[in-house]
Ligand binder design. Sequence first.
Ligand code: GLY
Length: 354
Amino acid sequence: MKTVTVQASRTYEVHIERGLLSKCGGLIAQVRPRCTAAVVVDDAVDKLYGARVCASLENAGFSPKKMVVPHGEQSKTLNTLGAILNFLAENGLTKSDLVVALGGGVVGDIAGFAAAIYLREIPFVQLPTTLTAAIDSSVGGKTAVDLPAGKNLAGAFCQPSLVVCDTAALDSLPDRYFADGCAEGLKYGMIADPALFEAFRAGVHRRDMDDIVAQCVQIKADFVRQDERDQGARQLLNFGHTVGHAVERCSGYTTPHGYGVAIGMTVMCRAAYALGLSRVNCTPALLEALDACHLPSSCPYSASQLAQAALQDKKRRGDEIALIVPEEIGRCRREIVPVNQLERLIAAGLGEDH
Ligand code: GLY
Protein backbone atom coordinates (compact mmCIF):
# COMPACT_ATOMS: atom_id res chain seq x y z
CA MET A 1 0.00 0.00 0.00
CA LYS A 2 1.31 3.47 -0.85
CA THR A 3 0.63 6.24 1.64
CA VAL A 4 1.01 9.99 1.11
CA THR A 5 0.75 12.30 4.13
CA VAL A 6 -1.00 15.63 3.68
CA GLN A 7 0.14 18.29 6.13
CA ALA A 8 -2.45 21.01 6.36
CA SER A 9 -4.53 22.46 9.22
CA ARG A 10 -5.25 18.75 9.79
CA THR A 11 -2.60 16.16 8.98
CA TYR A 12 -3.99 13.04 7.30
CA GLU A 13 -3.03 10.15 5.14
CA VAL A 14 -4.01 9.10 1.64
CA HIS A 15 -3.79 5.32 1.25
CA ILE A 16 -3.55 4.01 -2.31
CA GLU A 17 -3.88 0.36 -3.38
CA ARG A 18 -6.09 -1.95 -5.41
CA GLY A 19 -8.82 -3.53 -3.29
CA LEU A 20 -8.90 -1.02 -0.42
CA LEU A 21 -12.68 -0.51 -0.44
CA SER A 22 -13.07 -3.97 1.15
CA LYS A 23 -10.66 -2.92 3.89
CA CYS A 24 -11.84 0.65 4.38
CA GLY A 25 -13.50 -0.03 7.76
CA GLY A 26 -10.25 -1.22 9.32
CA LEU A 27 -8.31 1.72 7.87
CA ILE A 28 -10.88 4.22 9.10
CA ALA A 29 -10.84 2.58 12.57
CA GLN A 30 -7.13 3.46 12.77
CA VAL A 31 -7.97 7.18 12.72
CA ARG A 32 -11.54 7.44 14.10
CA PRO A 33 -13.24 5.72 17.03
CA ARG A 34 -16.22 3.40 16.25
CA CYS A 35 -19.30 5.54 15.62
CA THR A 36 -22.21 6.09 13.28
CA ALA A 37 -20.86 6.51 9.74
CA ALA A 38 -23.15 8.29 7.24
CA VAL A 39 -22.14 6.92 3.84
CA VAL A 40 -23.06 9.37 1.06
CA VAL A 41 -22.96 7.74 -2.36
CA ASP A 42 -24.59 8.21 -5.77
CA ASP A 43 -26.94 5.62 -7.26
CA ALA A 44 -24.40 4.39 -9.87
CA VAL A 45 -21.53 3.93 -7.40
CA ASP A 46 -23.87 2.45 -4.81
CA LYS A 47 -24.67 -0.45 -7.14
CA LEU A 48 -20.96 -1.21 -7.53
CA TYR A 49 -19.49 -0.55 -4.10
CA GLY A 50 -22.16 0.50 -1.57
CA ALA A 51 -22.66 -2.95 -0.02
CA ARG A 52 -18.90 -3.65 0.09
CA VAL A 53 -18.15 -0.42 1.93
CA CYS A 54 -21.03 -0.78 4.40
CA ALA A 55 -19.98 -4.38 5.16
CA SER A 56 -16.38 -3.32 5.77
CA LEU A 57 -17.52 -0.51 8.07
CA GLU A 58 -19.81 -2.89 9.98
CA ASN A 59 -17.07 -5.51 10.34
CA ALA A 60 -14.81 -2.83 11.81
CA GLY A 61 -17.48 -1.88 14.40
CA PHE A 62 -19.03 1.21 12.74
CA SER A 63 -22.79 1.66 12.27
CA PRO A 64 -23.20 2.64 8.60
CA LYS A 65 -26.24 4.68 7.50
CA LYS A 66 -26.37 5.01 3.75
CA MET A 67 -27.74 7.99 1.84
CA VAL A 68 -28.01 7.60 -1.94
CA VAL A 69 -28.14 10.72 -4.12
CA PRO A 70 -28.72 10.86 -7.89
CA HIS A 71 -25.49 10.74 -9.91
CA GLY A 72 -24.13 13.64 -11.94
CA GLU A 73 -23.20 17.29 -11.57
CA GLN A 74 -26.89 18.25 -11.47
CA SER A 75 -26.98 16.77 -7.95
CA LYS A 76 -24.39 19.17 -6.62
CA THR A 77 -26.97 21.68 -5.45
CA LEU A 78 -28.13 23.41 -2.30
CA ASN A 79 -31.18 21.10 -2.41
CA THR A 80 -29.06 17.94 -2.23
CA LEU A 81 -26.89 19.56 0.42
CA GLY A 82 -30.04 20.28 2.46
CA ALA A 83 -31.19 16.69 2.06
CA ILE A 84 -27.82 15.38 3.29
CA LEU A 85 -27.86 17.73 6.29
CA ASN A 86 -31.38 16.56 7.17
CA PHE A 87 -30.25 12.95 6.81
CA LEU A 88 -27.40 13.56 9.26
CA ALA A 89 -29.75 15.24 11.74
CA GLU A 90 -32.51 12.61 11.39
CA ASN A 91 -29.96 9.88 12.09
CA GLY A 92 -28.76 11.76 15.15
CA LEU A 93 -25.15 12.18 14.07
CA THR A 94 -23.01 14.08 16.57
CA LYS A 95 -19.55 15.61 16.40
CA SER A 96 -18.04 12.25 17.32
CA ASP A 97 -19.64 10.58 14.27
CA LEU A 98 -18.44 10.51 10.69
CA VAL A 99 -19.43 11.25 7.10
CA VAL A 100 -18.02 8.87 4.48
CA ALA A 101 -18.01 10.23 0.91
CA LEU A 102 -17.98 7.28 -1.50
CA GLY A 103 -17.63 8.16 -5.19
CA GLY A 104 -16.35 10.80 -7.58
CA GLY A 105 -15.85 14.52 -7.26
CA VAL A 106 -19.53 15.45 -7.01
CA VAL A 107 -20.22 13.26 -4.00
CA GLY A 108 -16.85 14.09 -2.43
CA ASP A 109 -17.43 17.83 -2.73
CA ILE A 110 -21.03 17.83 -1.52
CA ALA A 111 -20.65 15.31 1.31
CA GLY A 112 -17.47 17.12 2.37
CA PHE A 113 -19.35 20.42 2.42
CA ALA A 114 -22.17 18.85 4.47
CA ALA A 115 -19.54 17.59 6.96
CA ALA A 116 -17.94 21.05 7.02
CA ILE A 117 -21.14 22.82 8.08
CA TYR A 118 -23.18 20.19 9.96
CA LEU A 119 -22.79 21.07 13.66
CA ARG A 120 -20.12 23.50 12.38
CA GLU A 121 -17.99 20.55 11.23
CA ILE A 122 -17.93 16.85 11.86
CA PRO A 123 -15.16 14.49 10.64
CA PHE A 124 -15.30 13.02 7.17
CA VAL A 125 -13.44 10.46 5.11
CA GLN A 126 -13.07 10.37 1.33
CA LEU A 127 -13.32 7.10 -0.62
CA PRO A 128 -12.68 8.29 -4.22
CA THR A 129 -13.76 5.98 -7.06
CA THR A 130 -12.87 8.09 -10.12
CA LEU A 131 -9.43 9.15 -11.32
CA THR A 132 -10.33 12.83 -10.94
CA ALA A 133 -11.41 12.30 -7.34
CA ALA A 134 -8.40 10.09 -6.57
CA ILE A 135 -5.76 12.53 -7.78
CA ASP A 136 -7.49 15.84 -7.22
CA SER A 137 -10.80 16.51 -5.53
CA SER A 138 -10.56 14.07 -2.58
CA VAL A 139 -7.30 15.66 -1.42
CA GLY A 140 -6.79 19.19 -0.17
CA GLY A 141 -10.07 20.05 1.55
CA LYS A 142 -11.95 22.07 -1.06
CA THR A 143 -15.65 21.27 -0.64
CA ALA A 144 -18.52 22.97 -2.45
CA VAL A 145 -21.86 22.97 -4.20
CA ASP A 146 -22.80 24.67 -7.47
CA LEU A 147 -25.15 27.64 -7.66
CA PRO A 148 -27.26 28.51 -10.72
CA ALA A 149 -24.66 31.22 -11.49
CA GLY A 150 -21.75 28.76 -11.65
CA LYS A 151 -19.85 25.75 -10.39
CA ASN A 152 -18.46 25.50 -6.85
CA LEU A 153 -19.62 29.00 -5.94
CA ALA A 154 -20.55 28.07 -2.33
CA GLY A 155 -18.16 26.00 -0.30
CA ALA A 156 -15.64 25.72 2.52
CA PHE A 157 -12.13 24.53 3.16
CA CYS A 158 -12.40 21.42 5.32
CA GLN A 159 -9.77 18.71 5.34
CA PRO A 160 -10.84 15.05 5.57
CA SER A 161 -9.54 12.76 8.33
CA LEU A 162 -8.44 10.14 5.82
CA VAL A 163 -8.54 9.33 2.09
CA VAL A 164 -8.76 5.67 1.07
CA CYS A 165 -8.18 5.26 -2.66
CA ASP A 166 -8.98 1.84 -4.12
CA THR A 167 -7.33 1.98 -7.54
CA ALA A 168 -9.24 -1.13 -8.65
CA ALA A 169 -12.31 1.14 -8.82
CA LEU A 170 -10.70 2.73 -11.90
CA ASP A 171 -11.29 -0.58 -13.76
CA SER A 172 -15.03 0.05 -13.88
CA LEU A 173 -14.81 3.66 -15.12
CA PRO A 174 -16.23 4.40 -18.57
CA ASP A 175 -13.34 5.39 -20.93
CA ARG A 176 -14.50 8.98 -21.07
CA TYR A 177 -14.27 9.31 -17.25
CA PHE A 178 -10.81 7.77 -17.17
CA ALA A 179 -9.64 10.22 -19.87
CA ASP A 180 -11.27 13.04 -17.91
CA GLY A 181 -9.07 12.25 -14.89
CA CYS A 182 -5.95 11.97 -17.05
CA ALA A 183 -6.29 15.71 -17.81
CA GLU A 184 -5.66 16.53 -14.13
CA GLY A 185 -2.73 14.09 -14.10
CA LEU A 186 -1.19 15.74 -17.16
CA LYS A 187 -1.70 19.07 -15.44
CA TYR A 188 0.46 17.92 -12.49
CA GLY A 189 3.12 16.93 -14.99
CA MET A 190 2.93 20.32 -16.68
CA ILE A 191 3.23 22.32 -13.48
CA ALA A 192 5.61 20.21 -11.42
CA ASP A 193 7.01 16.99 -12.85
CA PRO A 194 8.36 16.42 -16.38
CA ALA A 195 8.74 12.65 -15.74
CA LEU A 196 5.08 12.38 -14.78
CA PHE A 197 4.18 14.31 -17.94
CA GLU A 198 6.22 11.83 -19.98
CA ALA A 199 4.41 8.92 -18.31
CA PHE A 200 1.05 10.29 -19.49
CA ARG A 201 2.51 11.08 -22.91
CA ALA A 202 3.62 7.45 -23.20
CA GLY A 203 0.07 6.32 -22.28
CA VAL A 204 -1.06 5.17 -18.84
CA HIS A 205 -2.97 1.97 -18.09
CA ARG A 206 -5.92 1.99 -15.77
CA ARG A 207 -4.95 -1.32 -14.13
CA ASP A 208 -1.52 -0.02 -13.23
CA MET A 209 -2.15 3.36 -11.68
CA ASP A 210 -0.91 3.12 -8.08
CA ASP A 211 2.44 4.85 -8.69
CA ILE A 212 0.89 7.53 -10.88
CA VAL A 213 -1.90 8.25 -8.39
CA ALA A 214 0.64 8.45 -5.54
CA GLN A 215 2.85 10.84 -7.54
CA CYS A 216 -0.10 13.10 -8.37
CA VAL A 217 -1.34 13.09 -4.76
CA GLN A 218 2.19 13.89 -3.50
CA ILE A 219 2.36 16.91 -5.82
CA LYS A 220 -1.03 18.08 -4.64
CA ALA A 221 -0.05 17.52 -0.99
CA ASP A 222 3.06 19.67 -1.51
CA PHE A 223 1.00 22.58 -2.86
CA VAL A 224 -1.62 22.22 -0.12
CA ARG A 225 1.09 22.21 2.58
CA GLN A 226 2.52 25.45 1.19
CA ASP A 227 -0.79 27.21 0.63
CA GLU A 228 -3.85 25.45 2.05
CA ARG A 229 -6.18 28.45 1.55
CA ASP A 230 -5.31 28.99 -2.11
CA GLN A 231 -3.69 32.42 -1.76
CA GLY A 232 -0.56 31.76 -3.84
CA ALA A 233 1.30 28.57 -4.76
CA ARG A 234 -1.83 26.36 -4.78
CA GLN A 235 -3.20 28.46 -7.62
CA LEU A 236 -0.72 26.71 -9.93
CA LEU A 237 -3.14 23.77 -9.69
CA ASN A 238 -5.49 25.94 -11.73
CA PHE A 239 -3.37 25.62 -14.86
CA GLY A 240 -5.76 25.32 -17.79
CA HIS A 241 -8.76 25.89 -15.53
CA THR A 242 -9.77 29.48 -16.35
CA VAL A 243 -10.30 28.67 -20.01
CA GLY A 244 -11.36 25.12 -19.05
CA HIS A 245 -14.18 26.41 -16.86
CA ALA A 246 -15.15 28.83 -19.63
CA VAL A 247 -15.41 25.92 -22.09
CA GLU A 248 -17.56 23.99 -19.60
CA ARG A 249 -19.76 27.03 -19.11
CA CYS A 250 -20.12 27.77 -22.85
CA SER A 251 -21.18 24.13 -23.39
CA GLY A 252 -23.88 24.38 -20.71
CA TYR A 253 -21.73 21.99 -18.64
CA THR A 254 -22.03 19.18 -21.17
CA THR A 255 -18.24 19.23 -21.72
CA PRO A 256 -16.66 17.23 -18.89
CA HIS A 257 -14.29 19.13 -16.59
CA GLY A 258 -11.13 17.32 -17.70
CA TYR A 259 -11.91 17.89 -21.38
CA GLY A 260 -12.28 21.61 -20.61
CA VAL A 261 -8.94 21.57 -18.75
CA ALA A 262 -7.29 19.80 -21.70
CA ILE A 263 -8.48 22.55 -24.06
CA GLY A 264 -7.58 25.21 -21.48
CA MET A 265 -4.01 23.92 -21.16
CA THR A 266 -3.65 23.93 -24.95
CA VAL A 267 -4.90 27.52 -25.20
CA MET A 268 -2.53 28.67 -22.45
CA CYS A 269 0.50 26.92 -23.97
CA ARG A 270 -0.14 28.44 -27.40
CA ALA A 271 -0.89 31.88 -26.00
CA ALA A 272 2.16 31.90 -23.74
CA TYR A 273 4.51 31.13 -26.63
CA ALA A 274 2.76 33.39 -29.16
CA LEU A 275 2.79 36.38 -26.79
CA GLY A 276 6.35 35.85 -25.56
CA LEU A 277 5.31 34.93 -22.01
CA SER A 278 7.15 31.63 -22.41
CA ARG A 279 10.41 31.02 -24.26
CA VAL A 280 9.63 27.33 -24.71
CA ASN A 281 6.91 26.10 -27.05
CA CYS A 282 5.18 23.42 -24.91
CA THR A 283 2.29 22.96 -27.33
CA PRO A 284 3.64 20.11 -29.54
CA ALA A 285 4.46 17.90 -26.54
CA LEU A 286 1.15 18.72 -24.89
CA LEU A 287 -0.79 17.83 -28.04
CA GLU A 288 0.95 14.45 -28.19
CA ALA A 289 0.17 13.78 -24.54
CA LEU A 290 -3.48 14.80 -24.93
CA ASP A 291 -3.75 12.48 -27.89
CA ALA A 292 -2.22 9.60 -25.90
CA CYS A 293 -4.79 10.24 -23.17
CA HIS A 294 -7.73 10.49 -25.65
CA LEU A 295 -8.33 14.10 -24.68
CA PRO A 296 -9.41 16.97 -26.97
CA SER A 297 -7.32 20.03 -27.76
CA SER A 298 -9.45 22.03 -30.19
CA CYS A 299 -12.04 24.47 -29.01
CA PRO A 300 -15.46 25.06 -30.59
CA TYR A 301 -15.87 28.51 -28.99
CA SER A 302 -14.49 31.93 -29.97
CA ALA A 303 -12.14 34.04 -27.86
CA SER A 304 -14.93 36.48 -27.19
CA GLN A 305 -17.32 33.74 -25.97
CA LEU A 306 -14.61 32.26 -23.76
CA ALA A 307 -13.51 35.61 -22.33
CA GLN A 308 -17.12 36.48 -21.46
CA ALA A 309 -17.56 33.14 -19.69
CA ALA A 310 -14.17 33.38 -17.94
CA LEU A 311 -15.07 36.73 -16.41
CA GLN A 312 -17.65 34.91 -14.26
CA ASP A 313 -14.86 32.75 -12.86
CA LYS A 314 -14.26 32.80 -9.13
CA LYS A 315 -10.54 33.21 -9.77
CA ARG A 316 -11.24 36.75 -10.93
CA ARG A 317 -10.45 39.47 -8.37
CA GLY A 318 -11.93 42.82 -9.43
CA ASP A 319 -10.27 43.95 -12.65
CA GLU A 320 -7.58 41.28 -12.57
CA ILE A 321 -7.41 37.55 -13.01
CA ALA A 322 -4.57 35.21 -12.05
CA LEU A 323 -3.59 33.00 -14.97
CA ILE A 324 -1.14 30.12 -14.86
CA VAL A 325 1.41 30.35 -17.62
CA PRO A 326 3.70 27.47 -18.68
CA GLU A 327 7.43 28.21 -18.77
CA GLU A 328 8.47 24.72 -19.82
CA ILE A 329 7.12 21.20 -19.28
CA GLY A 330 7.19 20.78 -15.48
CA ARG A 331 7.26 24.48 -14.61
CA CYS A 332 4.54 27.15 -14.60
CA ARG A 333 4.18 30.58 -13.03
CA ARG A 334 1.32 32.78 -11.92
CA GLU A 335 0.70 35.87 -14.01
CA ILE A 336 -1.76 38.57 -12.98
CA VAL A 337 -3.53 39.80 -16.10
CA PRO A 338 -5.94 42.75 -16.40
CA VAL A 339 -9.31 41.33 -17.39
CA ASN A 340 -9.38 43.56 -20.46
CA GLN A 341 -6.36 41.61 -21.81
CA LEU A 342 -8.03 38.24 -21.44
CA GLU A 343 -9.77 38.08 -24.81
CA ARG A 344 -6.54 38.98 -26.67
CA LEU A 345 -4.68 36.28 -24.77
CA ILE A 346 -7.31 33.65 -25.47
CA ALA A 347 -7.42 34.68 -29.13
CA ALA A 348 -3.65 34.07 -29.32
CA GLY A 349 -4.20 30.70 -27.70
CA LEU A 350 -6.86 29.78 -30.25
CA GLY A 351 -4.67 30.95 -33.12
CA GLU A 352 -7.20 33.71 -33.95
CA ASP A 353 -5.85 36.99 -35.38
CA HIS A 354 -5.05 39.48 -32.66
N1 GLY B 1 -8.43 21.40 -7.64
C1 GLY B 1 -7.56 22.48 -7.33
C2 GLY B 1 -7.30 22.63 -5.87
O1 GLY B 1 -7.70 21.78 -5.09
O2 GLY B 1 -6.71 23.59 -5.46
